[in-house]
Write a protein that binds this ligand. Structure first.
Ligand code: CMC
Length: 428
């Protein structure tokens, strides 16, 4: 194979040859690592055209609306797999055999309980603490409980930390919810599936069990599965950057949770429901759409648009199906809020501004509606996204540590003052 390179000429100076690399799919990359030797950096705030790492885990073709995990399309995984099997695939790199699948499920099942002190930790939060604030703290605090598995150079330690994170996230998320609504915590029930157990911990009380409808369990499992990984997004890149310093996995995932919280990322599902409440009525849709188009108004239609998908979000297509199923099972097709969401979706899909800018409903538009229909308070939505995404974060972290890596250290275009004298205080 011929070695390819790109040539850079700066102000007529001698050419700089930059090697190029090709992946199995996707754009080629120009390796600019040597540019610093030529006293020049590249500038790409927002990482629009910068690959920060090499990865085997997930591939996205935003133009075609393709999302592959280890080569398998997300639609196929949503149909034929389940969340825990997809976790195995993402972390280990291949689909499990029947025995491996059963072993993995058993391992996750038997790691679902959290240390009793976590309960005291949660009760220290104010009654109305946001679940994401609690989750950031709880996951960071896990590093204070599991000293037995913090050697990041040891693959066994990395694997057990990953299992603990995947298994305990639903328990901790449900505990945050219970604290938020002032109910006693419900312990995990190891006879239940992952998604069923989560709904049980969310909705059962010591007085009454919550019988979970199979269609709702399926929808919950799909929400976890569809959020499991998404390549080098803001929170995953945050986890990698934190991990590049050698920080322990719990600290890194806590950093990922913080990055996920913002409304431009995982916070969008919560923002969708808040926006629908603000719109209030179908007759107000045109007014809000006009606001979203107004360049001088910061308002955006939450749950629409994506940095990478410029055709459609394949996760949204699957989530839309689940959304319709859940609304039917729960008899909510005529609920005013859900009718409003459907009308908004239709309005935006037919509007020239949204069509020309390729702003389609994304996964968070539909997941927000499903979670609301399941009776989950909006404050919990992003914590549920975090629960599903934990496997993606920990898989990327593990991949980075397994391969050669250096501490992440971006450069900058400095625009502050040049060297100046320090004036004595009386002369300022
Ligand atoms: N409503 C109205 N206009 C929009 C929207 C929107 N939701 N999204 C983008 N635009 C416009 C934006 O004003 C800009 O217009 P112009 O070219 O005239 O300046 C153009 O579309 C491109 O927007 P951008 O901000 O440059 O795009 P981006 O790639 O930086 O941002 C995004 C992507 C997802 C942050 C953005 O579309 C957005 O804020 N959407 C709403 C929040 C949301 O739903 N986020 C969840 C993303 S999916 C879950 C996840 O993976 O995290």
């Amino acid at each position: 194979m011929t070695k390819r390179s790109a040539t850079l000429i700066i102000d007529g100076q001698p050419h700089i040859e930059l090697p190029m690399h090709s992946g199995t799919l996707g754009h080629d990359v120009i390796d600019i690592g040597s540019l610093g030797d030529h006293n020049v950096f590249t500038y790409d705030p927002g990482f629009s055209a910068t690959a920060a790492c090499q990865s085997d885990i997930t591939y996205i073709d935003g133009e075609k609306g393709v999302l592959l995990h280890r080569g398998y399309p997300i639609e196929v995984l949503a149909e034929k797999s389940d969340y825990l099997e997809t976790c195995y695939l993402l972390f280990e790199g291949y689909l499990p055999t029947a025995d491996q699948k059963a072993d993995f499920e058993k391992t996750i099942r038997y790691h679902t309980m959290v240390n009793r002190s976590m309960e005291q930790f949660i009760s220290g939060f104010r009654y109305d603490a946001h679940p994401m604030a609690m989750l950031c703290g709880l996951v960071g605090a896990m590093s204070s409980f599991y000293h037995d598995s913090l050697d990041i150079t040891n693959q066994q330690h990395r694997t057990i930390s990953a299992h603990r994170l995947i298994a305990k996230m639903p328990t901790m998320a449900a505990m945050c919810h219970k604290h938020f609504i002032g109910q006693p915590y419900i312990y995990p029930d190891n006879s239940l599936s992952y998604a069923e157990n989560f709904l049980h911990m969310m909705f059962s009380t010591p007085c009454e069990d919550y019988p979970v409808h199979p269609a709702l369990t399926r929808a919950m499992d799909r929400i976890f599965l569809l959020h499991a990984d998404h390549e080098q997004n803001a929170s995953t890149s945050t986890v990698r950057l934190a991990g590049s310093s050698g920080a322990n996995p719990f600290a890194c995932i806590a950093a990922g949770i913080a990055a996920l919280w913002g409304p431009a990322h995982g916070g969008a599902n919560e923002a969708v429901l808040n926006m629908l409440s603000e719109i209030g009525d179908e007759k107000n849709i045109p007014k809000f759409v006009l606001k979203a188009k107004d360049k001088n108004d910061p308002f955006r239609l939450m749950g629409f648009g994506h940095r990478v998908y410029k055709n459609h979000d394949p996760r949204a297509t699957v989530m839309r199906e689940s959304c319709n199923e859940v609304l039917t099972v729960l008899g909510l097709e005529n609920d005013p809020l859900f009718k409003l969401a459907k009308k908004l979706e239709q309005f935006a899909l037919e509007d020239d501004y949204f069509i020309s800018k390729k702003l389609y409903p994304n996964v968070d538009f539909y997941s927000g509606i499903i979670l609301k229909a399941l009776g989950i308070p909006v404050e919990m939505f992003t914590g549920i996204f975090a629960t599903g995404r934990t496997v993606g974060w920990v898989s990327h972290w593990n991949e980075m540590i397994t391969n050669a890596y250096r501490i992440g250290r971006p450069r900058q275009l400095y625009t502050g003052p040049a060297l100046r004298d320090f004036p004595p205080i009386e002369e300022r």
